[in-house]
Design a protein around this ligand. Sequence first.
Ligand code: PLP
Length: 406
Amino acid sequence: MLKLDFHPAGRHFLQIPGPSPVPDRILRAMSYPTIDHRGPEFGALGLAVLDGIKKIFKTAQPVVIYPASGTGAWEAALTNTLSPGDAVLMYETGHFATLWKKMAENLGLKPEFLGLPGVEGWRRGVQADLIEARLRADTGHAIKAVCVVHNETSTGVTSDVAAVRRAIDAAGHPALFMVDTISGLACTDYRHDEWGVDVTVSGSQKGLMLPPGISFNAVSQKALAASRHAKLPRAFWNWAEIVEMNQQGYWPYTPNTNLLYGLSEALDMILGEGLDNVFARHRRLAAACRAAVQAWGLEIQCVDPAVYSPVLTGVVMPEGVDADAVRKLIYERFDLSLGTGLGKVKGRMFRIGHLGDCNDLALMAALSGCEMGLRLAGVPLRASGVGAAMDYLEQHESAPRLKAVA
Ligand code: PLP
């Protein structure tokens, strides 16, 4: 067992954009004894979580739950629906879109990466008109799938998924539509059925407030039909057997029992609060965070206010300042973890997560740590971001803590 010879007093502030802090209620639920995954109690648990998770995806279609990280669910989406050499249209929003595209290449697909040049595409959402134009040009329908990332965790930009659906329809193109909402789900509105998404990929460690370790594919009937003819090799990821056994609440292999206890508790918490309240809470905290960054006089990585992420905020450092050195200082001095810059923006920005089990004072603690760290690092700040965020939170009331008790 790893021995920590030092235990810092107080709690650690985990303000990365996932894994997000796991509420005590969920940790306690996960500590129940592991049960027989072929027994009757497990079947009841399985049916309950498989039904509950549909409400989060806003779907009446099957949601496949894997004992895997989000990367596994990416692979499942591609291998279940596509065949070697298939052309896939993917959109470059940032690091995670880039990783998904690399995976497509590794699997023997032919991804085409659409996007704005340079870092510009990493500061804006998906441009649906580019997708429409590309699909219109594909008169032979060689493109078999369109893949986009809903909330790009590397940049803090949330794209308009419904607009991409409209673009595909406007082009009259039959491609499957796949969306990664690994960090968007249960933080911001998502509508698998209404938006006509064929495969939605998500994970446990963000808005669902669970530890890493389970991931999801929400699957349309069109995707299920495609999976019957898709030729990419797949075994563990194969939807068919899982969907079949899920009908009784079971899996063809040993599922992640204790994480499913946690999922059941998370569903109670999120649906109890109400999805719209959860989304409003995220929007409010994100706005307070942006008020802080703007007061500091620093740039936000997302340059289009219409697509600011309610999940995280990317903070761009002035020229010559190493964002990772600032992050390290903040971690060492104030026991606060912030997200690193990834890929093209490494060293240029850090990310503040305000997702999942986050409230006003957790955000204020994170912003205080940031402000002290930025000052210690010698980054010139125009005004107090902490003050600006406090003003915002004071002036914008949150949902009442407790529903009226009759
Ligand atoms: N896609 C997005 C948008 C993500 O944020 C992440 C992880 O942060 C992934 C994919 C990869 O998921 P995982 O790290 O769980 O494999």
